[in-house]
Structures are given as structure tokens and as C-alpha cells.
Design a binder for this molecule. Structure first.
Ligand code: C2E
Ligand code: CA
Ligand code: CA
Length: 547
């Protein structure tokens, strides 16, 4: 409210001065008319009197004329003042407009004015068959500069960047700072097939990224640029800006420090991505993520050992979106832990119906292992679902070891202390070293299916399977071969001892209800095992009595 007072106070001032101007103008006009009247009569009298030819002029008439002259002078001065006031007001309005249209730090246009200017350029160049390119320019690592060296250094860097951009633009190009570390340029060109925009963008990437000293600190900054033009279809400023933004986002995704042209496919991919993200958020709220199960079998005996839980998304609007798509998106959205705990919770409930000798394997994303409280959270979930930790197997991939081996080591230790087992998944595809394998107490290695599938043709993967099995033997770590798709692969694996196998040969991953039916047929449901136990005890008792 305090801010409104001066604004409210200015209005009556203006009105009073305008009223005064009207009155002054009226008085001056009346004075001029009267002067014409009185002057017409008085001046000849005065002139004659001065020449000694006539009577003295009428005093009243002379006074009236003098008053008229005074009023005309007053009117003239007021007019001069008015001109000054109008000029002052014009300058103030110009300044206010300038402030509204430019970025105070760099002096470039701002987000509000770039749109109007772009539309103006589009229209002006359209008439002569010219085109307009919109370049969205985003600094890649500005936040670090701000965080390391402070905001005033950050401000100086932004000014330098805006100067570098302006220096490279053609005379009729415009530059704006859209906010934060985001700039935009609009460049008209003839549209005659010669492309000056690509080379300009490449120069911008190169020159803006040149090292600079800010407050005596060497600062290195890179930029990502998205380019959109109205070359192939008529677009207004907001569509151009949107397309350039989509292209810029893609440049970031490709690794930053580069420029990218807008393509419709990028827009479509972005829309799909947005639909996915929205779907995942809603799917989590509606508990749409469900566990499916893949059998894990002992190769030698053919006995069912347990199941690997694989997440599925039960969503009618996005059918067929599998974990290879939704897991990475959930990871990038920071929602993987919620999703994972949602499906694991359901799996723990499902597995309680199974024979207690059957194990449950779950996949854990490297993103989840960045949370120092991960093991505590998982153990808490086991307690909540009253699930014995000895039945749980946690699968982590080699990539998880890349990030923070120390954290992963302590997490493995605390889970193993409680009886949970840890498997190294997709072994052979990542970068884990022998030293890591020796220092991290894995309970099992899972050979990636890309190697296992090559057993069919006895390809080079077969030698890798061979080597991994030997490695496991040497380190006394049991091995699972995944991706056993058919009898051929199974036969090839039979030459190894003590392998656990899984794959489509034993059936596709299936939902909890199908698993129950399968286990019922095999007599491997929890209540069946309880019954079997009672029957065995009775039998044992009978045998003892008979003996
Ligand atoms: P993964 O952990 O390597 O899981 C094995 C994948 O191979 C599964 O794909 C499974 O359906 C497929 N598969 C199994 N046997 C065969 C076979 O004989 N041949 C072929 N071609 N494929 C076979 P799915 O279910 O699509 O899962 C893909 C990946 O998504 C998984 O790879 C895992 O990395 C990830 N994933 C699945 N569920 C979860 C989850 O709950 N959390 C996390 N973090 N990742 C999950
Ligand atoms: Ca797995
Ligand atoms: Ca795997």
C-alpha cells in the first residue's frame, strides 16, 4: 500500500495544473481580444497625444491596455512554462518506457519487448521476401559462477556475454536478455538460400565461450543455442521463441556447448516426454505401477528358487510403455525412489503368499543409492510388510559403483548385516574392476543377457560367459545367467556347475495372480507349505511310533 501513495498523489497534481493551464490560456486569449479592442482605440489616441495633436488619452483606456499587455506577458510566460513541462513529461515517459522495455543490467531488450520487436522485424522483412531467425542462447554453467564468485561477478559476466553477442550481430539484428542467464537474438536475412544463421550461431558458441577474467578470476563459460526460423512457414514471435526454446533444450540434452536447429521431431519428442512425465506423476498417485515376476531356476535341479520382480505400468492411455522407458524418466524426474518403493511394497505383500523358501529379487536404480538413508528406508519397508530380509535379493548395476563406491560399500554392509543379499546385475556391460569385485562383498553376479544370447552361435559372448563363470568360481561368488531364451542356450550352459538361470525359456514375466496359479500347481504357496509341513510332521510322528 505504501508504494501506491506517490502514484495516487500525482493524479490530482496533474489535474490542477491542467485546469490552471486552461484558465491561463483563457485569460491570455481574452487579453489578446481585449488588447485588439482597447489597443485599437487607445494607441491612436496615445500616438496623437505624443505628437501634441490631440487630447490626452483616456486614463481608463490606457490602464485597461496596460493590464492587457501584462496579461499577455503572463500568458506568454505560462505558455513557455507549459512547453518546458511537456518536454519534461515526454522525457519522463520515454525513460519509463525504456525501463519497461530494457534489461537494467545489460541494457538489452527484455522478455517483454523482444516479442514486439520480433513481430515488427517479421512484418518489415516479410514485405521484401526476407526471413527472420530467432536464436535462444542459454549459458551452461552460470550457476556455478554465481555460487563460486558471488552475484556481482555473475552480473559482470552477464554484461560481458551481452557485449560479445551484440558485437557479433549484424546491424539489423537485436539482442535481448530474457532473464537469468538466458539471452535471445533475432536476425533478419534475405532468405535467398544463403544461410548466414548457422555460421553466426557457430561463431556465437565459439566467441561467447572464450575465457574471461572477472574480478581477477579466470571464468570459463559455454553456451547452448537453439535456432528457429520462419523460413518454411509463417510464424509469429511467440511460436518462433517456443521453437527456439525446444531446439535449445535439445542442444543441452546433447551435451551443451553447441547449437541445434529446431525440427518438428524435437517438438514431438518433447510433447511425448511431457505426457510421460505427467503420466508418471499421476500413475504414482493412482498406484499404477505393479510388479511382474520372472522365474529364477537352479540349472542343475530345475528347481524354482525365486522370482525377479520387474516393474510394469498399468496405464490404458500409455500402453506398452515398459521399464526401459519409464524408469530412466522417473530417475530424471527424481521420482524413482517413490516408484521403486511403491512396487517393492506390493511385491513384498505378494511374496508373503509364496513358500518362504522362495526368494524375491528387486532392481535398485543407481539414483536410489545416492540417498545415504537408502538402506534404512528399505529395511523399514521390510519391517512394515513383515518380510524376512533373508528372502530379499537386491540387484544393483555396475554403473552404481561408478558414482560413490564408499557410500555403496556402507549401504551393502548395512543391508547384508540384516540378512539381505546383494547381486551385481548386467555384469560385463559396465566398468567394475576386479579390485572392486574383491573389495565389495557381492552375493551373486548376474551375467548380462547380451553375452548369454551369443551362446546360441557360440560367438565371442560365449567366451565371456566362460570367463565370468571362472571368475565367479575363483572369487567364490555364485552366478546367474539371464536371458536364457531357448533350449540351445540352456544346453550350452549345462557344461557349467551351479548356475542359476532365468529367461523367456521359462516363460515371460507374469503378474502376481499368474504366479499364484503357478505356485499352486507346484504346491509352493505359503499355506500349502504349511499344510505340507503339518502332513510331514504327522507322517514323521507316525513313523516314530511305528518304530
Ligand atoms: P534387467 O534387470 O536386466 O531385467 C531383465 C530384463 O530382461 C527384463 O526386461 C526382462 O523382461 C528381460 N528378459 C528376461 N528374460 C529375457 C530373455 O530371455 N530374452 C530377452 N530378450 N529379454 C529377457 P524389462 O522387464 O523390460 O526390464 C528392463 C529393465 O528395466 C530391467 O533390466 C531393469 O534394469 C529395469 N527395471 C525393471 N523393473 C525395475 C524396477 O522396479 N526398478 C529399477 N530400478 N529398474 C527396473
Ligand atoms: Ca535385474
Ligand atoms: Ca539384468
Amino acid at each position: 500500500m505504501a508504494g501506491m501513495a506517490p502514484h495516487q498523489g500525482r493524479k490530482p497534481d496533474r489535474k490542477v495544473s491542467a485546469d490552471r493551464d486552461v484558465v491561463a490560456l483563457g485569460i491570455a486569449a481574452a487579453a489578446i481580444i481585449l488588447f485588439v479592442g482597447t489597443g485599437g482605440a487607445a494607441i491612436p489616441q496615445i500616438v496623437r497625444s505624443l505628437m501634441g495633436e490631440g487630447q490626452k488619452p483616456d486614463v481608463l483606456l490606457v490602464n485597461a491596455m496596460l493590464l492587457n499587455i501584462a496579461l499577455i506577458i503572463f500568458g506568454w510566460r505560462r505558455y513557455k512554462e507549459l512547453i518546458g513541462e511537456i518536454e519534461e513529461r515526454r522525457l519522463a515517459e520515454e525513460r519509463a518506457r525504456e525501463l519497461a522495455e530494457t534489461d537494467p543490467l545489460t541494457g538489452c531488450l527484455n522478455r517483454r519487448s523482444i516479442g514486439q520487436e520480433t513481430d515488427r522485424l517479421i512484418e518489415a522483412h516479410h514485405e521484401v521476401g526476407g526471413k527472420v531467425a530467432f536464436l535462444m542462447i542459454d549459458l551452461d554453467n552460470f550457476k556455478q559462477v554465481n555460487d563460486y564468485y558471488g552475484h556481482s561477478s555473475g552480473d559482470r559476466l552477464l554484461t560481458t556475454v551481452s557485449e560479445r553477442i551484440s558485437a557479433l550481430l549484424p546491424r539489423d539484428g537485436i539482442v535481448a536478455r530474457l532473464g537469468g542467464d538466458e539471452f535471445a537474438c533475432v536476425v533478419p536475412w534475405t532468405g535467398d538460400g544463403n544461410d548466414p544463421i548457422g555460421p553466426l550461431a557457430a561463431r556465437l558458441v565459439e566467441k561467447v565461450s572464450m575465457p574471461v577474467r572477472i574480478d581477477d578470476h579466470p571464468v570459463e563459460i559455454t553456451v547452448s543455442i537453439g535456432i528457429a526460423t520462419n523460413e518454411h512457414e509463417p510464424l509469429d514471435s511467440s511460436q518462433l521463441m517456443h521453437n527456439a526454446d525446444v531446439a535449445m533444450y535439445h542442444a543441452k540434452k546433447l551435451g551443451k556447448n553447441r547449437c541445434c536447429w529446431f525440427e518438428q521431431a524435437l517438438e514431438n519428442a518433447l510433447r511425448t516426454r511431457q505426457r510421460l512425465e505427467q503420466g508418471i506423476r499421476q500413475g504414482l498417485a493412482k498406484s499404477e505401477f505393479v510388479p511382474f515376476y520372472e522365474q529364477q531356476v537352479d540349472l542343475k535341479t530345475g528347481r524354482l528358487i525365486g522370482f525377479e520382480m520387474l516393474a510394469r505400468w498399468d496405464n490404458a492411455e500409455l500402453p506398452g510403455v515398459g521399464p526401459s522407458i519409464f524408469i530412466p524418466v522417473a530417475e530424471e524426474m527424481g521420482l524413482i525412489a517413490d516408484l521403486s518403493f511403491q512396487v517393492i511394497g506390493k511385491a513384498l505383500d505378494d511374496a508373503k503368499d509364496w513358500n518362504p523358501a522362495l526368494t524375491l529379487s528387486v532392481n535398485i536404480s543407481p539414483f536410489q543409492l545416492r540417498d545415504p538413508w537408502f538402506s534404512q528406508k528399505l529395511l523399514k519397508l521390510l519391517v512394515q510388510h513383515n518380510f524376512p530380509p533373508e528372502r530379499l535379493d537386491v540387484e544393483i548395476t555396475e554403473n552404481a559403483l561408478l558414482e560413490n563406491v564408499g557410500l555403496v560399500r556402507s549401504m551393502i554392509a548395512s543391508l547384508r548385516n540384516q540378512g539381505v543379499r546383494i547381486s551385481l546385475d548386467d555384469f560385463g556391460t559396465g566398468y567394475s574392476s576386479l579390485a572392486q569385485l574383491r573389495s565389495l562383498p557381492f552375493d551373486r553376479l548376474k551375467i548380462d543377457r547380451s553375452f548369454v544370447s551369443e551362446l546360441r552361435e557360440n560367438g565371442s559372448g560365449a567366451k565371456i560367459v566362460d570367463a565370468i563363470v571362472r571368475l565367479g568360481d575363483g572369487l567364490s561368488i555364485p552366478i546367474t545367467a539371464e536371458g536364457v531364451e531357448d533350449e540351445l542356450i540352456l544346453e550350452a550352459l549345462k557344461r557349467f556347475n551351479h548356475l542359476m538361470v532365468q529367461g523367456y525359456h521359462y516363460g515371460r514375466p507374469e503378474p502376481a495372480a499368474e504366479v499364484r496359479k503357478r505356485l499352486a500347481r507346484l504346491g509352493l504357496l505359503a499355506d500349502q507349505s504349511a499344510l505340507a509341513e503339518v502332513a510331514a510332521t504327522i507322517e514323521e510322528e507316525r513313523n516314530r511310533k511305528q518304530a
